[in-house]
Ligand binder design. Structure first.
Ligand SMILES: *[C@@H]1O[C@H](CO)[C@@H](O)[C@H](O)[C@H]1NC(C)=O
Ligand SMILES: *[C@@H]1O[C@H](CO)[C@@H](O)[C@H](O)[C@H]1NC(C)=O
Ligand SMILES: *[C@@H]1O[C@H](CO)[C@@H](O)[C@H](O)[C@H]1NC(C)=O
Ligand SMILES: *[C@@H]1O[C@H](CO)[C@@H](O)[C@H](O)[C@H]1NC(C)=O
Ligand SMILES: *[C@@H]1O[C@H](CO)[C@@H](O)[C@H](O)[C@H]1NC(C)=O
Length: 954
């Protein structure tokens, strides 16, 4: 990407995030001499009536005195000759859409030439059929506007239409495409997401449109085999964009492309199902300048014939299953007198060998080879490729020293990725690089122990990832003069110490900031709360966080301040952070009441306040947080009762941990409404009354539902133009076999109830035996009496059962011996009596499981039962069987029960297109730019701590 287009990119970010309300005015070319035509003014007012304007974008569309001239209304432009409205642009902001439907009165704007209603939310309503009467319309853009129903065939009447973009809506499958064949002026057609699987003649139809040069048919389910027009057909495409259509190597698309003399300049076929060698046929398309074949399943390398494509500028084969030596690939790409290749993207393949000197490609601007198996030294000659703007060599096996020579002439370099490479960085301390980087990825490189000084010469970067790079310096040695466009700052997993200097960060985006797992201390400066994602966990920050109240940031989604030394009362201004989804403050020294204003976090899904000193009652305002899946208030000083609304207002709750507080009162039966509840921990409180009988209403514990191993939150963060899918897994400490462990990777499997150390009375309800998914049940240290329910053996998943220190009486039910998985059993200190039943599983427990029951007898207790001779065998083969079970059990434990020390969070990532692929209903917002920029995306390199990884924008 050239410098100028990068500039454009920034402009777009700024437009998106800052100037959005004024975007409409940009289009005004109206002249004050003409006030608007009354009929058109009325039409606009009618259009407004059908729209829900949450953000006041149409406030200028008003009948108020002095606002009569509709040519001055936002988004409206009139002809300076006739006074008629000729342009209507309702695409104000991707983040602030209009809602509602598009009024048929649109047709009254007869002279409309340009209509853009993209990036709004028309809630699956149809495009009005009356649109067909807009005979002057030449530009129609409804991209990503959530239109539904049928594409109106009346569009076919608009014979002047040159630009038609229907991308990313929810139209019904079209029944015919006759309307399309009538659009004889069409130059640009976008039908992304429209199902064309029935149209074997789609190519013939578009081929007959004489002026069509850009065709966008992504995710269209194009038929693989279809009728191909004759070779001498008229149209020639500049842009042919056919990704994600499940096309295979035998597809008619290839047959047509290779035999039709077509003069395609830019060809995108990524995300299809091509297999085998890359066909030589591509080299027959002499016009081809940009070829995108990423995400396919090819075999072998790049064919020799590609060396004859003398116009080729961009070749992109990311994750295309290529193999072979890189030197061989370069040789195969060499053949013309002068090679024009500018961009070579081969990331995520199995390419081996060394990096050659690349002198054959004098114009090389982007070299992207990450996540391959390249090795050896990086040649110093690379430093002479002064045309280089993007250099991505991360996640290979390069070795040796990286020195200033490697960069000596790289004046244009803007993107540098050497992550995950065992390279030794050796720069003189006063090296001033020739470049100003914009994106820097040096994760898991050896940069430390001091902050690399050369980084401080970089003033323009908006993406810096130097996590886990061995830096153990004081943060004051790192300059904080960030570019206002900062998007990502990741310094996590180093040993950076000291106080973050206070300064006012003038950022225009809401960045992703991760400083976790360092030794930072002192107060958290308020500017950090301007982020969209802020992770400061595992540091030594102290002091209260009152400064939160000085910031108003509805874009903050993720806030993790856990494992610090923060103290004081929490400020009561959470209404400033309305967008928060994940809040983790655990393991700090906060005290005082949980602020009521947290109830205004209407989208919050996780609240973790564990292990602080919060007191007072659980605020009732939290009942407004209906999206909560995870609440952990354990290990605090909370008092009062368990609120009933927890059961009724928070239907999606999966984890409820109130362990170790001073809660009293009964255990409300309302908790039984929590159908998704998997972990209920009320231990170590003063809860009295009986155990509700209705626990069998909790379907997550009674039914085998497909449950994931993790408790996962998935949401998107928009960083600049790109949308990232973030996956956050909840974690929780759980008492398991006598000690607390932190679970994350398998938290979703840990279906458990812990009511121990309370004052519960009454009998164990019969219904508890229906909780067949329970893995752990702890009712110990209560005042329970009566018999152990005889059918307790129905709890077949149970691994851990503790009923000790109650007043249970009667015999131990024989069914207990049927629970094969049981590995911990504690029935001690009750009033149980009679003979301990025998059985393979039960015989593994020693006397401590049963002691303190004066009237129990039989193995393994020393006391013989009356009338019993020599203790009778728990059959020998039973024991052996038992060993087997034990091993299996251990296996289960090894598979993950003690894991969960993983750091940070796992951030999944998909590029724009990938996100849509996974969730077409997600209203992705910036496709507008797809046509102008090629959004490219690379997978993150890490699964270890998970990272957010950048998309390479070409
Ligand atoms: C009308 O406006 C256009 C664009 O602003 C301008 O180029 C043109 O000269 C104007 N024509 C008249 C007659 O004012
Ligand atoms: C080079 O081209 C030949 C012939 O097309 C092919 O068989 C081979 O796999 C290619 N080698 C590499 C490394 O791409
Ligand atoms: C680059 O490599 C080629 C072939 O390996 C060699 O012929 C050429 O001399 C090299 N050029 C430089 C400048 O090292
Ligand atoms: C819950 O939210 C509503 C508005 O959605 C508000 O009026 C009400 O006061 C809130 N309730 C509490 C207890 O905060
Ligand atoms: C339990 O479920 C039954 C049947 O679905 C329902 O009638 C009852 O009200 C539920 N009880 C509670 C306390 O949720």
């Amino acid at each position: 990407m050239g410098g100028s287009s990068l500039q454009l990119l920034f402009t777009c970010i700024v437009l998106l995030l800052c100037l959005k309300p004024t975007l409409g005015n940009y289009w005004r070319v109206g002249d004050a001499n003409h006030s608007c035509v009354e009929r058109e003014r009325q039409a606009l007012l009618k259009i407004k009536e059908d729209l829900v304007d949450d953000y006041g974008l149409l406030s200028s569309w008003s009948t108020a005195e002095g606002k009569n001239d509709c040519c001055k209304w936002s988004g409206v432009s009139c002809s300076n000759q006739t006074g008629h409205i000729i342009m209507l642009n309702l695409n104000f902001s991707v983040l602030e859409p209009l809602r509602g439907k598009l009024s048929p009165f649109l047709a009254d704007l007869q002279y409309l030439n340009y209509l853009d209603v993209s990036f709004n939310d028309f809630n699956h309503s149809p495009i009005p059929e009356s649109i067909g009467s807009l005979s002057f319309l030449s530009h129609l853009d409804v991209t990503n506007a959530n239109f539904g129903r049928n594409i109106p065939f009346q569009l076919g009447n608009i014979s002047r239409l040159e630009y038609l973009d229907l991308n990313y809506n929810h139209f019904n499958n079209p029944k015919n495409l006759e309307w399309l064949s009538q659009l004889s002026s069409l130059k640009h057609l976008g039908m992304v997401g429209v199902n064309l699987s029935k149209f074997n003649n789609w190519l013939q139809i578009v081929n007959k449109l004489p002026f069509l040069t850009s065709l966008y048919l992504e995710h269209c389910n194009l038929p693989n085999i279809f009728s191909v027009p004759l070779a001498n057909s008229s149209t020639s495409f500049d842009v042919l964009y056919l990704p994600y259509n499940s096309l295979t190597s035998s597809s008619s698309v290839l047959e047509w492309l290779f035999n039709s003399n077509s003069s395609v300049v830019e060809l995108s076929l990524f995300g299809n199902q091509f297999q085998g060698m890359i066909p030589d046929g591509f080299s027959k398309i002499k016009s081809l300048a940009d070829l995108y074949l990423d995400d396919n399943e090819f075999e072998g390398g790049i064919p020799k014939s590609f060396g004859g494509m003398c116009n080729l500028k961009t070749l992109s084969l990311i994750r295309a299953n290529l193999s072979g030596k890189f030197l061989g690939i370069i040789r195969n790409l060499t053949g013309c007198a002068q090679h024009s290749i500018e961009n070579l993207y081969l990331d995520g393949n199995q390419i081996t060998g060394k990096l050659p000197n690349l002198t054959t490609f004098p114009s090389l601007s982007a070299l992207s080879l990450s996540s391959n198996h390249l090795n050896g030294k990086i040649p110093e000659s690379l430093g002479k490729k002064s045309s280089l703007e993007t250099l991505n060599l991360g996640n290979n096996s390069f070795e040796g020293v990286i020195s200033e020579t490697h960069f000596s002439k790289l004046k244009k370099l803007k993107y540098l990725d050497l992550s995950y490479s065992p390279l030794i960085f050796n720069f003189s301390s006063n090296w001033v690089p020739p470049f100003q980087l914009e994106r820097i990825f040096l994760r898991s490189c050896q940069l430390g122990p001091r902050f690399p000084k050369w980084l401080q010469t970089q003033k323009n970067f908006y993406w810096l990832d130097i996590s886990n790079s061995g830096i153990s310096d004081n943060i004051s040695h790192f300059y904080w003069d960030f570019s206002p466009q900062l998007l990502v700052l990741d310094l996590s997993n180093n040993q950076i110490s000291g106080h973050i200097p206070y300064f006012s960060l003038e950022i225009s985006n809401f960045p992703f900031i991760d400083l976790s797992t360092n030794n930072l201390e002192g107060e958290i400066p308020s500017f950090l709360f301007k982020a969209e994602h802020l992770n400061l966990s595992h540091n030594m920050f102290s002091e209260p966080i009152q400064s939160l109240c000085t910031i108003k940031n509805e874009f903050l989604i993720f806030l993790d301040l856990s494992n610090n030394r923060l103290s004081g009362e929490l400020p009561d201004c959470w209404m400033h952070l309305k967008g928060l989804k994940i809040l983790n403050l655990k393991n700090n020294h906060f005290f005082g009441e949980i602020p009521r204003s947290m109830g205004l976090l209407l989208g919050i899904e996780t609240i973790d306040l564990r292990n602080n000193s919060f007191s007072g009652e659980i605020p009732s305002s939290l009942k407004n947080c209906t999206k909560l899946k995870y609440i952990n208030l354990g290990h605090n000083n909370l008092s009062g009762q368990i609120p009933m609304w927890l059961g009724t207002s928070i239907p999606n709750l999966v984890v409820l941990i109130l362990r170790s507080n001073h809660l009293h009162g009964i255990m409300p039966s309302h908790l039984c409404h929590l159908a998704h509840l998997q972990l209920l921990d009320l231990a170590l409180n003063q809860i009295s009354g009986s155990i509700p009988k209705c626990l069998n209403n909790i379907t997550a514990l009674t039914q085998k539902l497909s449950s994931s191993t993790t408790i996962t939150h998935e949401y998107t963060e928009m960083l600049g133009m790109m949308l990232y899918s973030i996956v956050y897994d909840d974690q929780a400490f759980w008492m398991w076999k006598g000690s607390e462990h932190e679970y994350k990777n398998i938290l979703g499997l840990l279906k458990s109830i812990d009511l121990s150390s309370n004052k519960l009375t009454g009998t164990i309800p019969e219904e508890i035996t229906e909780l067949v998914e329970l893995i752990s049940l702890n009712l110990s240290r209560n005042l329970l009496f009566g018999q152990i329910v005889s059918n307790i053996g129905a709890l077949q998943s149970l691994d851990f059962l503790d009923l000790s220190k109650n007043q249970l009486s009667g015999r131990i039910p024989f069914s207990l011996s049927h629970i094969d998985r049981l590995s911990v059993l504690d029935l001690s200190n009750n009033n149980l009596s009679g003979k301990i039943p025998t059985g393979p599983q039960l015989s593994t427990f020693d006397a401590s499981s049963y002691e303190g029951n004066p009237n129990l007898c039989g193995e393994p207790l020393p006391k013989l039962c009356l009338g019993e001779g020599i203790a009778q065998n728990p059959a020998m083969n039973g024991s052996r069987e038992h060993v087997g079970i034990q091993e299996e059990e251990e296996g289960f434990i090894n598979r993950g029960f003690y894991v969960c020390v993983a750091l940070g969070f796992i951030a999944g990532f998909w590029g724009v297109v990938g996100t849509l692929l996974l969730n077409m209903s997600l209203r992705v917002t910036y496709f507008r730019f797809l046509n102008g920029f090629k959004d490219r995306f690379l997978y993150g390199n890490s699964t270890e701590y998970g990272q957010i990884s950048e998309a390479a924008l070409k």
